[in-house]
Design a binder for this molecule. Structure first.
Ligand SMILES: C[S@@+](CC[C@H](N)C(=O)[O-])C[C@H]1O[C@@H](n2cnc3c(N)ncnc32)[C@H](O)[C@@H]1O
Length: 265
């Protein structure tokens, strides 16, 4: 596949590739190892953690593994209705809904809210990031934790780098060419797919736009949303990780007037 630069409309979601998502990402991303790391982190920062909301859950792979291997009760939401359907099939015990992370309303509060694999970057502006974090806070139990795995900071991505992923299973082969353009605070990733199956070969493309935020901007955004946050620059996969609590509860923990969360399972 030759690298292309064209003015394809930004699709922002995996509209062309939802059913191929697991095939592509399982070829280089170790969801099992990540779920183990997340479970360990949750048990460390909130030993009583029982319920988890996976925001921007995609196909629900983390949700499935956190439930099956570590006993958490995991629900999820995603903007993409195709992903929500896949997640429901994959993890029927969870409640999965289609919703925008900047503005969702659920009847329940969770011990943990996770937003993984740079999904927060799709919000593109800090204003929308703050709105999402406020919404996360409103759905968090008073002693709960929020875990956000961000997209890259400005200056980290190489716009000249072209990469490829290939996934193959059950008679379907997907090759994906990935190219990044940087436009000020926005990164645009162009995905060009060649899909081969029993019906033949087809090609399709998507453009995804993600905001580039500095750690300082992210830390300020958590603060603006009423959250106390810690930043691990390395995180699960090298992209970093933010671990946050409701600020008022964090202050009470610090002063000793709140008891640390205990295991109530
Ligand atoms: C890179 S995928 C990550 C999916 C999943 N968390 C994973 O680790 O495989 C980004 C996800 O963010 C979702 N997304 C983008 N904008 C969203 C929004 N405003 N609200 C909810 N989900 C959103 C996309 O549909 C997609 O599932």
């Amino acid at each position: 596949m030759a690298p292309k630069r064209s003015s394809l409309r930004a699709i922002i979601m995996f509209t062309e590739s939802a059913e191929l998502y697991d095939l592509v990402y399982s070829s280089f991303k170790d969801y099992g190892a990540e779920a183990a790391q997340i479970a360990t982190l949750l048990c460390t920062v909130h030993p009583g953690c029982k319920t988890v909301l996976d925001v921007a859950c995609g196909t629900g792979e983390h949700a499935r593994l956190l439930a099956a291997n570590y006993g958490f009760a995991v629900d999820g939401l995603d903007l993409d209705p195709q992903f929500v359907q896949i997640a429901r099939k994959k993890h029927p015990a969870g409640q999965f809904i289609q919703a925008d992370m900047v503005d969702f309303q659920l009847p329940q509060r969770y011990d943990a809210i996770v937003c993984l694999f740079s999904s927060i970057g799709y919000l593109c502006t800090l204003d929308r990031v703050i709105r999402a974090l406020r919404c996360f806070r409103e759905h968090l139990a008073p002693d709960g934790v929020i875990i956000v795995e961000p997209w890259f900071a400005p200056g980290v991505l190489d716009p000249n780098r072209v990469s490829r992923n290939t996934g193959e299973a059950a008679g379907i082969k997907v090759e994906r060419l990935n190219q990044i353009e940087i436009n000020g605070p926005i990164s645009r990733i162009r995905f060009d797919y060649v899909i081969t199956d029993a019906t033949g070969v087809r090609e399709t493309s998507e453009i995804h736009e993600l905001g580039l935020f500095t750690p300082e901007e992210m830390l300020q955004s958590f603060k603006a949303a009423g959250l106390d946050v810690q930043h691990d620059p390395k995180g699960l996969t090298g992209r970093g990780l933010y671990v946050a609590r409701i600020a008022a509860y964090a202050a009470r923990l610090l002063s000793g007037s709140a008891r640390p969360p205990t295991n109530y399972r």
